[in-house]
Design a protein around this ligand. Structure first.
Ligand code: HEC
Length: 136
């Protein structure tokens, strides 16, 4: 009982810090994201679930926001450019780098999971880039 109470208290205490599903910040429509030539629609869909904590113990949304538009703990991934580069290989290298410097923080990702969540982030970034190009 005590353990369960402690776990519940921790969840309450850390929820505001780490975030949770937030209807005020709508989840991006994964079916509308562009798909990199390096990935499949299935991988993008898996990446969406990893990002939102529904597969592989992913925790991305806790810092980057349910809508991926960032929190005080992680930057906006939807603005069309990324500080560490927005190509597929650059995004993957960034995620791998972050996993190496903070082991376990991103969940329990296999190389296939990293590939999938890279495809998802690529889709988020490039949705905005394509929208901008279309306005020119
Ligand atoms: C504990 C908080 C936290 C978690 C969890 C987290 N991130 Fe991040 N992430 C950050 C912060 C902070 C940065 C900015 C680091 C920097 O720019 O040096 C960042 C940077 C990034 C970047 C690069 C952004 C840029 O501008 O180049 C990507 C892409 C990214 N994260 C994706 C992910 C993915 C995918 C996951 C889940 C597998 C994840 N992050 C989990 C905090 C987090």
């Amino acid at each position: 009982m005590t353990g369960r109470l402690a776990a519940a208290l921790c969840a309450v205490m850390f929820a505001p810090v780490f975030g949770q599903a937030d209807e005020a910040r709508p989840r991006p429509d994964v079916g509308r994201l562009p798909i990199s030539a390096n990935a499949t629609a299935e991988e993008v869909a898996l990446g969406d679930r990893i990002f939102h904590g529904e597969a592989a113990g992913g925790t991305c949304f806790q810092c980057h926001g349910w809508d991926a538009k960032g929190t005080t703990n992680g930057n906006d991934l939807t603005v069309g450019s990324l500080g560490w580069g927005e190509s597929f290989s650059e995004i993957k290298a960034t995620i791998k780098h972050n996993m190496a410097v903070a082991p376990g923080q991103d969940g329990d990702l296999t190389p296939a999971d990293v590939h999938a969540v890279t495809a998802y982030v690529w889709g988020l970034v490039h949705q905005e880039r394509i929208a901008r190009q279309a306005q020119r």
